[in-house]
Design a protein around this ligand. Sequence first.
Ligand SMILES: O=P(O)(O)OC[C@H]1O[C@H](OP(=O)(O)OP(=O)(O)O)[C@H](O)[C@@H]1O
Ligand SMILES: NC(=O)CC[C@H](N)C(=O)O
Length: 599
Amino acid sequence: MCGIAMVRLLKPLDYYQEKYGTWQYGLQKMYLLMEKQHNRGQEGAGLATVKLDMPAGEEYIWRERVEGKNAIQEIFATINKKMSNATADVYRNVAKSKEELPFAGELYLGHLRYSTTGRSGLSYVHPFLRRHNWKNRTLVLAGNFNLTNVDELFDHLTLKGQHPRDKGDTFLMLESLGFQLDQEVQKEYDIIKKRYSNDLVITQKIEENLDIASFIRKSEKMWDGGYVICGMLGHGDSFVFRDPKGIRPAFYYISDEIVVTASERPVIQTAMNVKEEDIKELQPGEAMIIKKDGTVKFETIRSAAPELAKCSFERIYFSRGSDIDIYRERKQLGESLAQPILKAIDNDIENTVFSFIPNTAEVAFYGMKDGIKASTKVPIRVEKVLIKDIKLRTFISSNNERDDLATHVYDVTYGSIRRGKVDNLVCIDDSIVRGTTLKQSILKILNRLEPKKIVIVSSSPQVRFPDYYGIDMARMNEFCAFRAAIELLKESGRQSLIDAVYHKSKAQENLPKEQVVNYVTEIYEPFTQDEISKKIAEMLTPGDVNCPVELVYQTIDGLHKACPNHTGDWYFSGNYPTPGGNRLVNKAFINYYEGRDNN
Ligand SMILES: O=P(O)(O)OC[C@H]1O[C@H](OP(=O)(O)OP(=O)(O)O)[C@H](O)[C@@H]1O
Ligand SMILES: NC(=O)CC[C@H](N)C(=O)O
């Protein structure tokens, strides 16, 4: 679930100097677009610029990449430092600035990285760059994506005689697109050469005629996964395209002076100060192509799938809740849980305090409050019980650091409830995935307040399956819902069901991905959602917590009612949007069963 941001300035830099007082207009917008998508990835960030029409001998692509959670600041500090060395004379003169200063370009591509491949290191930070001595074969790439068939893609490229230097998915994506780009340029060259003899004219004609959609289409055929990929070519064409199921999100804004693309709508709204209706969603399977001359066109790369699978986790957690629709949806998620919550507290409103686990769950909390008020028609007690001290998303930080972080991230407001087991405490969270946050931190510190009962509400359903399309959660054993179902099966003497699922999974291990069935769903089938919730609560309650703990989860039906346009729910239902997901979950279960989950 990385964040992407792309800006194309449609006018010469002088225009922005005159109108906005600075030729750095595009760069400043990029800073905002990236900073406001900080939530989407803290492992690293990168920014690249293409300067149009630079004379031969001059650099035309600049790139800065930094690892770590302060990456955005560091990138812009470095750029500013380089700029500040310029003399006032250069700085005031747009032409000279473009000639001499880095990042004085018309095309910008930025990226916030959250690894889905588990690989870290600067070489994995986007944008990736494939240099070539022809500008039209030079490719800069960044994406919010995960492919489920990296092995297939790797084999495909190596069988063609290529030598990908890494199995990381962005490397393969770059090689895959780069290879087809070369072919496309060659095709144009062969046609144009018949009509022109001057090589400079031929190059210019290639760049004018280059069919971006065609080379994307040819490489895209090989990909199974969720993706939004942005690219810039050295001569100045750029593109962004989205997977045919619409799994990953992309939005754009076009005016007569700028084209802006980002992963989240309100980010563009704020950065550009425009209304939500001015921003459009890139359609599934569609590419937006911006030619060097500034013409913008849309082409279907692959027809949108009849059954879209736009990721519902974007709505619940990944994206910021400031989007007009997401805000409403999150509220609805909370509101719809009023009845099961009232049941969990035995309708004892008078002795219950309602609160939330910061930060993403805050909006669902407002909805929950409305729902409870509407049902009970009496005032309810609401307090800020939990505080998040470290502004970091534990859920998306890497596994190793995670446990330690989870322990120290939260704190409580003392006195927010009455001591001595008088009050129930209801706290809503957006999701419970591994359960680490609850077990290692939340439940222990809430217990310090001496509640009568703790009810933890999850505004999303039980996360039962690995994602594979946006986040790096590949091991079955990581999911507390899975551990609970396995425990229930074992306790009730149904180990044979686990064995049977293993044998069925094993039997289809080498089948083509299109034929693989997700048998892991059978692990959950014998139990109701409530039975699994009870088991999770039991397993996550630390021994020193001395009050009852209950978990209330959203249902899949409730999720679809709240987020009707984002029906992708594979992590809750096991209904993977592409065949690659079934193959990977099959493999994940085999790994679990064979004891390789902890490797
Ligand atoms: O069950 P777990 O595997 O521990 O993960 C789930 C927790 O992680 C997320 O919070 P995060 O720290 O990302 O913060 P945010 O809600 O503030 O973005 C989420 O909101 C849950 O609280
Ligand atoms: N979350 C993402 O979109 C990550 C992109 C890519 N799969 C990577 O690991 O770098």
